[in-house]
Design a protein around this ligand. Structure first.
Ligand code: MEV
Length: 412
């Protein structure tokens, strides 16, 4: 879709409508700012008084496992959509992204305190784990019908400042759901039996957002001829900086989350769950590390990869109740939560590459300043047909400010 960024919003929507086979009603809903009626919003959360809005932009050029995608992003920050599109365009030259995802298995935790002998209690739970898993056989027939359900149960002793406790982990394949409801219901239903087995007292029964059994990975290559040796070397230096310095690493991972959150929000998923899981995983070795890796092959091409837990859904919650999130999924054409996780991981890698490439070459501010300048022109009162000229002049003059935008508009 070359030149997509030069079109008007209405022209872009027309192309996306054709690509994703949206009907007239869906296209109209996207065009209507907000798209979520207050009545639906009022059923989503409590005490609703209104809505806030984020722009939805379409990321182009993504080729993932041989399939073309248009990817909707909801974000307030300039350059994110453009950055991901550019990274994907350059990755396409070498076949695009190769992504994979594990089975969508979530972990639920049960905390048992006041246990007389924690070690013995753990042994007893482990001996009876088949019985505990069988108790859950019929608890979620719909999940079972789609091939999901409880997979594994483990117990361990946790030493704390307040004494020992027993922690039980239940692994559940939640298929295309985020899984919090399914897992929490299962935890609550086996908790009384666990009390009987351990002789203790259950406190928490809750899903863990560190979804290490629900991982997504993606990899891509960027050609030496395209990037140039200097840019590749600079990207590798930038990667090493993040690898060994937590201040830089936090910003490195923030750039990744720019893309990941934006698609997670567009598709109505729980971005707080994804964020907390990502950062926790980044620190899983005891040191906070980049979620991406970069290296050079023997021919000097740059390779990048990403790996992180991604608990994202294509069914349930706002993915189905938010009308715009539903359309975002239709634009993506995703068939499963695993496919969505593969897309989101690829976007995270692309976003990180885009930031590093920009910083290693022209610097990040060029793209940012263009959009910033256009915002200033709008605020100064410029009409649509005047904006480009005002932006061009402010950039040429290297004087991007509200005052200058007003001056140019007023003809000085
Ligand atoms: C800005 O939102 C994100 C970056 O700071 C990421 C990075 O520095 O890698 C550009």
């Amino acid at each position: 879709m070359s030149g997509f960024h030069t079109l008007s919003p209405a022209e872009r929507l027309k192309l996306v409508k054709e690509f994703a086979m949206l009907d007239d009603e869906e296209a109209a809903l996207l065009a209507k700012a907000g798209g979520l009626d207050l009545e639906t919003a009022n059923r989503m959360i409590e005490n609703v008084i209104g809505e806030t809005q984020l722009p939805m932009g379409i990321v182009t050029n993504f080729l993932i496992n041989g399939k073309d995608y248009l990817i909707p992003m909801c974000i307030e920050e300039p350059s994110v959509v453009a950055g991901a599109s550019k990274a994907a365009k350059l990755a396409r030259e070498a076949g695009g992204f190769r992504a994979s995802a594990t089975d969508p298995v979530m972990i639920g935790q049960i905390q048992i305190v006041d246990v007389a002998d924690c070690k013995k209690a753990v042994e007893s739970v482990m001996q009876l784990r088949d019985e505990l898993l069988h108790m859950l056989d019929n608890i979620d027939p719909i999940l079972a019908k789609y091939g999901g359900g409880p997979r594994k149960l483990d117990a361990r002793v946790l030493k704390t400042d307040g004494g020992e406790m027993v922690i039980v982990h239940l692994h559940v394949d939640v298929r295309d759901a985020m899984g919090a409801n399914a897992v929490n219901t299962m935890l609550e239903s086996i908790a009384p039996r666990i009390v009987e087995i351990t002789g203790g007292r259950v406190v928490l029964r809750i899903i863990s957002n560190l979804a290490t059994e629900r991982m997504a990975r993606s990899e891509a290559m960027w050609k030496k001829e395209t990037l140039g040796e200097e840019a590749i070397d600079n990207i590798l230096h930038a990667y090493l900086f993040a690898e060994h310095d937590q201040y830089r690493c936090t910003t490195h991972n923030k750039g990744i989350m720019n893309g990941i959150d934006a698609v997670t929000i567009a598709t109505g998923n729980d971005f707080r769950a994804v964020e907390s899981g990502a950062h926790s995983y980044a620190a899983i070795t005891g040191r906070y590390k980049p979620l991406t890796k970069y290296w050079k092959d023997k021919d000097g091409n740059l390779h990048g990869s990403i790996e992180l837990p991604l608990a994202v859904a294509t069914i349930g919650g706002a993915t189905r109740t938010h009308p715009v999130a539903k359309i975002a999924q239709k634009i993506l054409g995703v068939k499963s939560s695993q496919e969505l996780a593969q897309i989101i991981a690829s976007v995270g890698l692309a976003q990180n590459f885009a930031a590093l490439y920009a910083m290693a070459t022209t610097g990040i501010q060029v793209g940012h300043m263009k959009l910033h300048a256009s915002n200033l022109a709008v605020m100064a009162g410029a009409k649509a047909e005047q904006i480009d000229e005002i932006v061009k002049r402010m950039i040429e003059e290297k004087n991007i400010s509200a005052t200058r935008a007003k001056e140019i508009l007023e003809g000085s």
